[in-house]
Ligand binder design. Structure first.
Ligand code: ZN
Length: 491
């Protein structure tokens, strides 16, 4: 019986008593997972399908090897082995208000190649002095067209470094406006940009940094209908998205167009970076064949993030993009870099091409793009399909009526310190299944969170547990603060 350690990733720690590592004595990986879900039943639906097989949006590694390249569930373990669980993560920040469209700068032009001006020679002198870059490499950068999908936490530092490096054309895909809460990490923007479209602010900042870089704004949401057209004109795509539907679109469009996809994602203190280039290695679907179902994705509002984390990950992505464009170094193809800012540890896992990948293998069945439902970033006023809801105005009326509903706040403790509703019972969403006895089935129950996503999940859970009269507060406590009680802060 081998004594091994299972590393629990941050998104799943709340289902494992908050622990980062769990010691398991087990002869195989499959047995280790079985012991894990027995000891921590909350992990079961995150790791295993109903038939007991491993979920395909979770990857398992023994030390640095994907078990799919070993003996899968039957992979033997020996003393001291480390089993690493790597779930698909998309990061997340709430979708902001839609900003007015920005006039397009026109189609990508093909620039002639003039010699470097004296100004350019000075600007890029530290690159020109590097033998690995030199004049030829700098010319390659000037000719290059890089598309940044998302100009948020990852896209902001990546855009700054790529413009500074002298990338000739930078395409930017985003349609949000700058919010005050973005400034903690999205270093492209200044306080005066709050409320303005991100692309206008990004363009001004990047053109100020390097007038030699042409900025091409794509102020639209990437969808199956436009993704191929948007990506087609670029050499390298940098994936700085914060949601699964766009992440799969970027991957799939890159595979279909034969372009490298510089991938980055972040969650709280942890980041992932890789280069997916199906011509030379695996694609994102080789790693995770399909996105997790919405109810298993940490909601946007839960996904806090250390501000410098996307700075590190986005800068790593810019590094990989520059290496690909200049043709130097060892790209992160076939390797997944994991960065844990809290422990200040980098780990590297080997990624193999999945010989049965639905998208990039010889037997691929997927020939086009797929629009997945946009479950992360549901707008604060958008109803959640299939979940009984109550608006803030209706709740206010009921609370002052004869039979007020019981209020259940499913946010995390740190959020309660920001705002709360009097009389609400606080039960974090993850603890709800164990603490349902604190709710009375006789009364009607209204569940709320920050903006309505987690409470909708919680209502579904309660309905499954047999509760009848439960509703989710649409738009959460933030909508209540905006429409009913302006003394409450919005966060
Ligand atoms: Zn693939």
């Amino acid at each position: 019986m081998a004594r091994t350690t299972v590393r629990i990733p941050t998104p799943l720690r709340s289902f494992a008593g908050g622990r980062a590592e769990i010691a398991v004595e087990s002869p195989t990986v499959g047995e280790a997972v079985r012991q894990l879900v027995e000891a921590h039943p909350g992990l079961r639906r995150h790791l295993l399908s109903t038939d007991g097989s491993l979920r395909n949006f979770v990857s398992l590694f023994v030390n640095d090897q994907d078990i799919r390249t070993l003996e899968r569930d039957a992979t033997p373990l020996k003393d001291g082995d480390v089993v690493v669980i790597v779930p698909a993560i998309a990061g997340g920040a709430p979708a902001g208000a839609r900003a007015p469209p920005l006039p397009s700068r026109g189609p990508l032009g093909i620039a002639p190649e003039p010699p470097f001006s004296p100004e350019e020679l000075r600007r890029y002198s530290r690159h020109l002095l590097l033998p690995e870059v030199g004049v030829a490499g700098q010319r390659a950068l000037r000719r290059a067209k890089v598309l940044l999908v998302g100009t948020g936490g990852l896209g902001a530092p990546a855009a700054l470094y790529l413009a500074a490096a002298g990338v000739g054309t930078l395409g930017l895909v985003d349609f949000d406006a700058v919010e005050l809460s973005n400034l903690q990490r999205q270093v492209l923007y200044a306080t005066g940009d709050v409320g303005h479209p991100k692309l206008a602010a990004a363009r001004a900042r990047l053109e100020g940094l390097n007038p030699g870089t042409t900025i091409v704004p794509h102020e639209e949401r990437l969808e199956a209908s436009n993704a191929l057209d948007v990506l087609r004109g670029y050499d390298v795509v940098v994936d700085g998205t914060d949601n699964f539907p766009t992440r799969y679109l970027v991957n799939d469009a890159c595979v279909l167009l034969g372009k490298p996809n510089v991938y980055g994602s972040i969650y709280r203190f942890e980041g992932q970076v890789s280069v997916f280039d199906a011509r030379r290695g695996p694609c994102y679907r080789c790693l995770y064949a399909e996105p997790p179902p919405p109810e298993l994705v940490p909601s946007c509002a839960e996904a806090g993030v250390l501000g410098v984390l996307p700075g590190v990950v986005g800068t790593l992505q810019a590094t990989e993009a520059i290496k690909l464009l200049v043709g130097i170094g060892e790209p992160l193809i076939g390797r997944l870099l994991l960065y844990d800012a809290s422990a200040m540890q980098f780990r590297e896992l080997k990624l193999a091409k999945n010989p049965g990948c639905v998208l990039c293998s010889p037997t691929a069945t997927q020939k086009g793009l797929i629009d997945y439902p946009a479950f992360c970033g549901v707008g604060p006023t958008a109803p959640v399909a299939g979940v009984p809801e109550i608006t803030p105005e209706e709740l206010k009326a009921e609370l002052t009526g004869a039979d007020p509903p019981m209020l259940v706040d499913v946010r995390e403790p740190e959020e309660l310190a920001i705002s709360h509703l009097d009389g609400a019972v606080a039960i974090p969403k993850g603890e709800l299944p164990e603490r349902v006895d604190e709710l009375t089935r006789a009364r009607s129950v209204v569940v709320f969170c920050r903006s309505g996503g987690r409470s909708a999940d919680a209502v579904e859970t309660l309905l499954e547990l047999g509760f009848q009269n439960v509703r989710s507060l649409r738009g959460g406590i933030n909508a209540w603060a905006e429409r009913i009680d302006p003394t409450l802060p919005v966060y």
